[in-house]
Ligand binder design. Structure first.
Ligand code: 3PG
Length: 385
């Protein structure tokens, strides 16, 4: 693909698609990770003397409607602060935007436009008409074939990959395409069903697989243990058994259980074969966490998605913490992705100890599944002609 860094941006109208879909609470940004990740790209374009328009979606608003709760206003204000320059938010940007060289304007939520989500051609052309160079930098939305991530790139005079997108693809490629071995994957989260294709594709490339959270409970049940009231998926036990036959999946030997799903629930450590009918597994036990940590010690590459227990409850956060710490302490090339995973990294203050933290949630998983990312596919096609 063509890279933004190789282009002369001076005085060019540069339209950058970022993923600034940040979590908000009462109008306040609760994690600025995606904004910080996009910042070097934006700064690079500004310093190169480009006339910069940045666009992004925020949440999932009703199409064709302005809804204040999905306005990019908090992001514009935040960017102004970080950059130390005024970042105007433009509502009717499709009609044309005035920008000076070295200036930045933020377009209002792309999903307010009719046709964004269905990759409408007329809308894509309108966006393309705003620029000399289109920069696709929104890795987190690269799995969506939408007007601002895909269609616009087909019609813009030049379409290229921004530095963040390029870095994401390089880091994920390094972990999955030709990894230093052993490659150990850690997949946690609540349900096997939502991660089944991820688990299946990882089973083809990784040497060992650590499963955590509700996913792990289905594997515990697949080994013939009672899981009581634990979150698990009975109908996926055959798939779990097949994965265990194909791959080295270290067994859970002890667990932390509670009798209610709540912040104040008391955690009891017990062997995995002694879970009672009224108990719920909510975390790995200390021995199991130690086994997983040992496995991670030997890894040369680590791919991590999903917590190992109900880490948001302090009584059930130890398993995730031990595993996260083992990943952080390891010399392996480690890549982490997904919203809950980032929240866990944040909780334990391990940002600087993971080799690469992806900004992608769904996009990260689709990359791991080996799916074609439509935005990347478009850039590859544009590079060929
Ligand atoms: C994400 O948060 O995963 C991306 O911003 C994509 O958002 P979407 O799932 O609403 O397309």
């Amino acid at each position: 693909v063509i890279k933004m860094k190789d282009l002369d941006l001076a005085n060019k109208r540069v339209l950058i698609r970022e993923d600034l879909n940040v979590p908000l609470k009462d109008g306040k940004i609760t994690s600025d990770a995606r904004i910080r990740a996009a910042l070097p790209t934006i700064k690079f374009a500004l310093e190169a003397g480009a006339k910069v328009i940045v666009m992004s979606h925020l949440g999932r608003p009703t199409e064709g409607q302005y809804e204040e709760e999905f306005s990019m206003k908090p992001v514009a204000d935040y960017l102004s602060e970080l950059l130390g320059q005024d970042v105007p938010l433009v509502k009717d940007w499709l009609d044309g935007v005035e920008v000076e060289a070295g200036q930045l304007v933020l377009a209002e939520n792309v999903r307010f436009n009719v046709g964004e989500k269905k990759d409408d051609e007329a809308l894509s052309k309108k966006m393309a008409a705003l620029c000399d160079i289109y920069v696709m930098d929104a890795f987190g939305t690269s799995h969506r074939a939408q007007a601002s991530t895909h269609g616009v790139g087909k019609f813009a005079p030049v379409a290229c990959a921004g530095p963040l997108l390029a870095a994401e693809l390089e880091a994920l490629g390094k972990a999955l395409d030709n990894p230093a071995r052993p490659l150990v994957a850690v997949v946690g989260g609540s349900k096997v069903s939502t991660k089944l294709t991820v688990l299946e594709s990882l089973s083809k490339v990784c040497d060992q697989l650590i499963v955590g959270g509700g996913i792990s409970n289905t594997f515990v049940a697949a080994r013939g243990h009672n899981v009581g009231l634990s979150l698990h998926e009975k109908d996926l036990i055959p798939q779990a058994q097949k994965l265990m036959a194909d791959l080295d999946i270290p067994a859970v030997t002890d667990v932390r259980v509670g009798t209610e799903f709540s912040e104040t629930a008391v955690a009891t450590v017990k062997p995995v074969d002694q879970v009672l009918d009224n108990e719920e597994i909510m975390d790995l036990g200390p021995d199991s966490a130690q086994v997983m940590a040992e496995v991670l010690k030997g890894a040369k590459t680590i791919l991590w998605n999903g917590p190992c227990g109900v880490f948001e409850f302090d009584n059930f956060s130890k398993g995730t913490e031990v595993v996260a710490q083992a990943i952080a302490d390891s010399d392996a090339f480690s890549v982490a992705g997904g919203g809950d995973t980032l929240a866990a990294i944040d909780k334990y203050g391990l940002e600087d100890k993971i080799s690469y933290i992806s900004t992608g949630g769904g996009a990260f998983l689709e990359f791991v599944e080996g799916k074609v990312l439509p935005a990347v596919d478009m850039l590859e096609k544009r590079a060929q002609n």
